[in-house]
Write a protein of this length. Structure first.
Length: 364
């Protein structure tokens, strides 16, 4: 087999970004080994009946990082999609994240900015030390908001009470005292005009990037001559589960094609109080595709079996990761990159930012 200076495990955004930088800036050949049958990781999308489907659930591009936006814009043009989410609660569709319009719709009120603050002050709970995700909502909005919009959704999503989860889990959700019902307020947001897979194909277009699909790297790595391994896979697998498996909350994605033009008002509708699924995505509203008479929707069912999506944010597993992290620091000629290797949830822009920084600081 050919000699490579760099071998990359994983063809998601981490692996593709670092591969593209190495080939374009250093003029080196790289080999990417990917266990799945496609590149792109969890942003992979494909066509079914003329509709672009995101196989691993909705991924919406947004970032405040100018360098990340400029970099990805080398490989795609963007549409100006702005993400808005509704939640189905008490028979009503109300905006998420919480803003003035959420409370007005949910409680039949007519609040403005000042009266919303007064309403929240009347309903929020005094919590001296915020320790959990439950505490975050109770302190910021009160118990009724927590029970209608967060309690059941969080328990479904994570398989445990919000009282058992780090405050960081729900702190990612914004809370606004105005009418801004955008889910993200980032300076740069949208969707790639031709889809994420096309963007990823453009990133991997160099003839110096060699991709091996449907392959577990452990089956072939001993037969490859290389200098540096860049690993973006699960860190517990890298060490043969030496300290035990790290837990992930998984999702199962079920999509269907419907013979109708439109299924729901916006691309994503949350169902916090449905006993089984968390949300429904309608892809045409994400991608702005014009396909008459058909649409595609996807329901998401959380569990502990399925696609690994979210590191489990409890102290037990964070402590277990620290044992692996100590091993990682001892490695020579191995670079660990991405959410699976670092057991950390990253939005896609931070995955790319991390890869760009690693290239500049550890490879160039």
């Amino acid at each position: 087999m050919k000699n490579y200076k760099y071998v990359i495990v994983g063809a998601g955004l981490s692996g593709l970004t670092i591969a593209e930088r190495i080939t374009s800036e250093l003029d080196e050949d790289v080999l990417i080994i990917e266990k799945r049958n496609h590149i792109g990781g969890n942003v992979y999308d494909f066509y079914d009946d003329g509709i672009l489907i995101q196989k691993y659930g909705p991924h919406i591009y947004h970032t405040t990082e100018k360098d990340v936006h400029e970099y990805l814009s080398l490989f795609t043009e963007w549409n100006d999609y702005v993400h808005r989410v509704l939640s189905f609660v008490d028979g009503k569709l109300v905006p998420m994240p919480i803003c003035i319009d959420t409370l007005n719709a949910l409680y039949d009120l007519d609040l403005d900015e000042d009266s919303m603050k007064e309403w929240i002050d009347e309903h929020k709970e005094d919590i001296d030390e915020v320790k959990s995700s439950e505490d975050v909502v109770l302190k910021n909005a009160g118990r009724d908001i927590y029970e209608k919009l967060f309690k059941n959704y969080t328990e479904k999503q994570w398989g445990t009470s919000a009282a058992n989860l780090s405050s960081s889990v729900i702190s990612r959700i914004p809370f606004r005292f105005n009418h801004d019902d955008r889910y993200f307020a980032d300076a740069y947001q949208g969707m790639p005009k031709e889809g994420f897979t096309k963007m990823c194909e453009n990133m991997a277009a160099s003839d110096k990037i060699h991709v091996m699909l449907n392959t577990d790297y452990k089956d072939v790595i001993d037969d490859i001559n290389y200098e540096t391994l860049i690993y973006t896979g699960p860190i517990d697998y890298f060490y043969n589960y030496k300290y035990g498996e790290l837990l992930y909350r998984c999702l199962n994605f079920v999509y269907e094609i419907l013979d109708e033009d439109s299924f729901q008002e916006v691309a994503v509708v949350n169902y916090p109080n449905d006993p089984y699924f968390t949300r429904i995505t309608e892809f045409k509203k994400l991608t702005w595709q014009e396909v008459e008479g058909k649409t595609a929707i996807m329901r998401e069912y959380p569990g502990f079996n399925g696609e690994k999506c979210y590191p489990y944010p409890t102290q037990e597993y964070l402590d277990k990761f620290k044992l692996y992290e100590a091993e990682m620091e001892k490695e020579q000629n191995v670079i660990f990159l991405g959410r699976l290797a670092k057991y950390k949830y990253y939005n896609m822009d931070l995955v790319v930012k991390d890869a760009l920084e690693v290239f500049e600081n550890q490879i160039r």
